[in-house]
Design a protein around this ligand. Structure first.
Ligand SMILES: C[S@@+](CC[C@H](N)C(=O)[O-])C[C@H]1O[C@@H](n2cnc3c(N)ncnc32)[C@H](O)[C@@H]1O
Length: 237
């Protein structure tokens, strides 16, 4: 039994689960962003928390990175597996949830993906709403080295996620937020939150990275050399 499951008193949800090959579907969004590698390499987390898992692509990617770096960490993958506001507000998107008798079944796809990719030894699913999970984890004094937040796209909910998950981040930890720059609500919430915490935000290709400790940052080097020439653009060539 994994330490994390024992700590949380969770059953082994993979025990006896048989993959239905028709449910394997490795679809995700921006799930292999380079920030995962940056954060995991720097922090070497024994625990990663992911809020907003969907079919498991970012959890699976982080499990792969942990293994490639020979790190023993585990990932607590939190989701309701009930979808987001857009699955109701945007016409035609409900079918993505694959409802059976009116109830979404994305969780079956998630389990099938995790087991068929062989990462069920690192991923511990927690089917719960993000807010309740955060309060419980705080009470249990659980802290993570890396937290990836990729749940609601709405301003108020995203701000609440940042505020409730920040205390769960270790002092030398890194928070990664998805949808920065692409969803106005998340972007505004993240910038407000970073200002509240007086922490810098590093962004690239739809994700933002917030290091918790003041000594952690990003150094970009500008160079000044006699032989430095930027490569000619086609019109200059
Ligand atoms: C964009 S998807 C996550 C994508 C995933 N990280 C990937 O890389 O493929 C957002 C997920 O957040 C979940 N979600 C939305 N609001 C939530 C909440 N309040 N608590 C838990 N999960 C939530 C949805 O069920 C959905 O699976």
């Amino acid at each position: 039994m994994s330490d994390l499951r024992r700590l949380l008193g969770l059953e082994d949800c993979f025990e006896g689960f048989e993959v239905d090959p028709t449910r394997v579907d490795m679809q995700g969004w921006n799930s292999r962003h380079p920030f995962f590698d940056v954060a995991i390499s720097l922090v070497k987390p024994s625990l990663i928390i992911e809020l907003g898992v969907w079919k498991g692509m970012s959890s699976i990617h982080m499990a792969k990175l942990l293994k490639a770096k020979k790190l023993p960490g585990q990932i607590l993958s939190i989701d309701t597996w009930l979808g987001s506001s857009n699955h109701l507000a945007i016409s035609g998107r409900r079918s993505e949830l694959m409802p059976e008798f009116g109830y979404p079944t994305v969780y079956t796809t998630f389990l099938s993906n995790v087991v068929s990719s062989g990462h069920h030894d690192r991923i511990v699913p927690l089917a719960m709403d993000g807010n309740s999970a955060a309060y419980a984890l705080k009470r249990l004094q659980i802290k993570a080295g890396v937290i990836h937040i990729d749940a609601s796209h709405e301003y108020g909910a995203a701000l609440s996620d940042f505020r409730t998950y920040w205390p769960l981040l270790a002092d030398d930890g890194i928070l990664i937020a998805d949808d920065y720059g692409s969803w106005p609500g998340v972007t505004r919430a993240l910038l407000e939150f970073a200002a509240e915490q007086d922490r810098p935000v590093f962004t690239s290709m739809g994700k933002a990275l917030l290091p918790k400790h003041p000594t952690m940052g990003f150094e970009m080097q500008f160079v000044k050399r006699k032989d430095y020439k930027r490569s000619a653009t086609p019109s200059e060539a």
